[in-house]
Design a protein around this ligand. Structure first.
Ligand SMILES: Cc1ncc(COP(=O)(O)O)c(C=O)c1O
Length: 394
């Protein structure tokens, strides 16, 4: 009998041969500026833990207390087993933080997108979607069965063109990432909101990399552009700047009420644990108390990017602390990453399908908890490896 799964090994071999096979490193320390990876202490330039909250004592205390009070598991989906008051408190706090009427929490940012898009549009509808939107938005669009029409990346004029050319639909949704995580550029949400208003499109932004980063004290992209009241749906994640895990949708009361009835990941999957939720609330507390960490994140990001440009690296179009170092072909990016690791710097190579072919890169994630000495060490490693591999001039 032939092996019905033999094709899988062939596919894996192809990935290896193309330099597109992802190897996952093993961590044995908490997230932070320094990590123990594969048994070595290395400088961390990979995580989305922008503000260093993933191992913050306040968040850990809150999680431990929640375990004492609520135990470790939510029991079942919230519509069946009831919802803990902790989850409701997080939703109230997130709504206040974002300056909207209401919020609803999900297991992840990914599941928030899978919940909200199919709940808003269906077969008779259309979605206008930025061509570089995150995979979870793309999957949410597919699940909805609405017609998805892509417009050129961050291009409101191209959006206008495709909207004018599209007809014969019931409802329309315009959806964009806020900060594009592979390039670090910011969606022109103010101009997109103008197009949405001209053409009566529901407007949704995924603020996964904007919250804790953009706007006053990290309130996100809507605050950054002062668009309060003009964006219908904001999706967020608790797994990046907030340092924990979970996702949410924030916006008008009616959107949240509808998702409690029709958001499939809400109805058919259990909520995140009490410890996660308590840690998330503690993260919101910290963000509301002070802007110090957000300010420090931006200082660090500007410092690192300016020095990388000076060294001759191509850091693309980033406008945020995300610093892509664009190298071209995937094998070069992988070799660069391996050499950095040997130099004590952990920075992962990213290739197709996460970024287009020929645009492989190392994406450097700067955080508020990196010291200037850390950043200088990273710069020295990039300079050394960059010269060695002929990426920058000797
Ligand atoms: C734009 C965007 N949306 C959603 C997600 C998913 O978030 P989570 O990790 O909470 O599922 C990510 C994370 O990679 C993201 O970058």
């Amino acid at each position: 009998m032939s092996d019905r799964l033999a094709w899988l090994q062939n596919e894996l071999d192809v990935l290896q041969a193309q330099g597109l096979f992802t190897t996952i490193r093993r961590l044995s320390s908490p997230q932070g500026a320094w990590l123990t990876v594969d048994g070595r202490r290395v400088l961390n330039l990979c995580s989305n833990n922008y503000l260093g909250l993933a191992n913050h004592p306040h968040l850990k205390d809150a999680a431990q207390q929640a375990i004492e009070t609520y135990g470790v598991g939510p029991g079942a989906v919230r519509t069946i087993a009831g919802t803990m008051d902790l989850h409701l408190e997080l939703e109230r706090r997130l709504a206040a933080f974002k300056g909207v009427e209401a919020a609803i929490s999900f297991q992840s940012g990914f599941s928030a997108n899978l919940a909200v898009i199919p709940a808003l549009v269906g077969e008779e509808d259309v979605i206008f979607s930025d061509e570089l939107n995150h995979a979870s938005i793309i999957d949410g669009c597919r699940l909805s069965r609405a017609r998805a029409v892509r417009y050129r990346h961050a291009d409101p004029e191209d959006l206008r063109r495709v909207v004018r050319e599209t007809e014969g639909y019931r409802r329309a949704l315009l959806v964009t990432d806020g900060v594009f995580s592979m390039d670090g550029d910011i969606a022109p949400l103010d101009r997109l909101a103008g197009v949405a208003e001209e053409h009566n499109l529901m407007l949704m932004v995924d603020d996964a990399h904007g919250e804790g980063v953009l706007g006053r004290g990290g309130r996100g992209i809507v605050d950054h552009y002062s668009l309060h009241g003009r964006v219908d749906i904001e999706v967020g994640t608790m797994s990046k700047a907030f340092g924990v895990v979970g996702g949410y949708v924030a916006g008008r009361q009616a959107v949240v009420a509808w998702l409690r009835q029709r958001g499939r990941p809400f109805l058919f999957s259990s909520a995140v644990t009490p410890a996660d939720v308590a840690a998330c609330i503690a993260a919101v507390d910290l963000l509301e108390e002070s802007t110090d960490q957000v300010d420090r994140l931006w200082e660090n990001g500007r410092y690192f990017k300016a020095h990388m440009k000076h060294l001759g690296f191509d850091t693309g179009v980033s406008e945020t602390p995300i610093t892509p170092v664009i190298l071209g072909e995937a094998p070069l990016a992988q070799q660069f990453s391996r050499r950095l690791f040997e130099e004590g710097v952990f920075a992962t190579a990213i290739g197709f399908p996460t970024v287009p072919r020929g645009k492989a890169r190392i994406r450097v994630m700067i955080s508020a908890v990196h010291t200037t000495a850390d950043l200088d060490q990273a710069l020295a490693a990039f300079e050394k490896v960059g010269k060695e591999l002929g990426v920058v001039e000797r």
